[in-house]
Design a protein around this ligand. Structure first.
Ligand code: HEC
Length: 211
């Protein structure tokens, strides 16, 4: 065999084996997942459940705005890194393949410039906190390096009664706003927050998460 052929076959083998291991095998794994029937409560419920309506639209807003470049959605096992993820209060158990069975795309994320969001829906933040934080993270977390997403909000003149959805600004953000104006969320902002509040990946214990 000449050298060119050896290089070609070597490259082919490298790419094929990584594709099999990193794309094909996980695809088979996720496709064979089935919902878990949780019968602890008042009646059997399925977990996970597919997103719909506003939360589903919000998942696309999350994707379009690149939130996953700074935020992961995966809780690592207790045995990994001194159980750091669970000790930080990000969740009560690790995440497993089944937690993502309805996600399209699955946004596990690779960087943690900000905290993990796998469970942000049950970590005690309300919609108005999220709105103010998205409008300008520093209003809620002094010194935050998360970029503001002000383009998801609209500044408009108050006509008649102020909107019940208007953000209740504080500090310099309040001082900056001319009197007679208000900041209201766009439908994208409302959808995005419905998505964040739907993120509750570890409340239901799954048998395989203990393995
Ligand atoms: C450049 C990196 C970066 C991007 C992009 C980014 N964030 Fe953040 N995010 C951070 C950092 C850093 C923090 C921690 C400081 C803070 O709370 O503001 C944070 C905090 C958060 C928190 C609070 C989490 C907690 O546990 O307190 C939420 C919710 C959040 N981000 C949502 C989003 C959403 C939604 C998007 C996309 C629209 C986004 N982030 C995009 C860096 C980022």
């Amino acid at each position: 065999m000449d050298r060119g052929m050896v290089i070609f076959l070597g490259a082919l083998l490298t790419f094929t084996s990584s594709w099999l291991g990193l794309v094909f095998a996980p695809l088979i794994q996720i496709n064979k997942q089935e919902p878990y029937v949780d019968d602890q409560g008042s009646g059997p419920t399925n977990y996970p459940r597919p997103l719909s309506g506003s939360a589903l639209r919000g998942m696309h807003v999350y994707k379009q705005n690149g939130c996953m470049y700074c935020h992961s959605q995966q809780i690592r096992a207790e045995t990994f890194g001194n159980n750091a993820d669970i000790k930080r209060g990000w969740a009560t158990r690790r995440t497993v393949a089944r937690d993502y069975m309805y996600d399209k795309p699955i946004m596990l994320g690779t960087m943690r410039t900000g905290p993990d969001l796998a469970n942000i829906g049950v970590r005690g933040y309300y919609a108005d906190w999220h709105h103010k934080h998205l409008y300008d993270p520093r209003m809620m977390v002094p010194g935050s390096i998360m970029p503001p997403f002000r383009f998801l909000y609209e500044k408009r003149q108050i006509v008649g009664e102020p909107s019940s959805e208007a953000l209740v600004l504080t500090g310099k953000w309040k001082a900056e706003l001319e009197p007679g104006y208000e900041i209201v969320p766009t439908s994208d902002a409302k959808d995005l927050i419905a998505y964040l509040l739907s993120l509750d990946r570890t409340t239901v214990p799954l048998p395989e998460s203990k393995e």
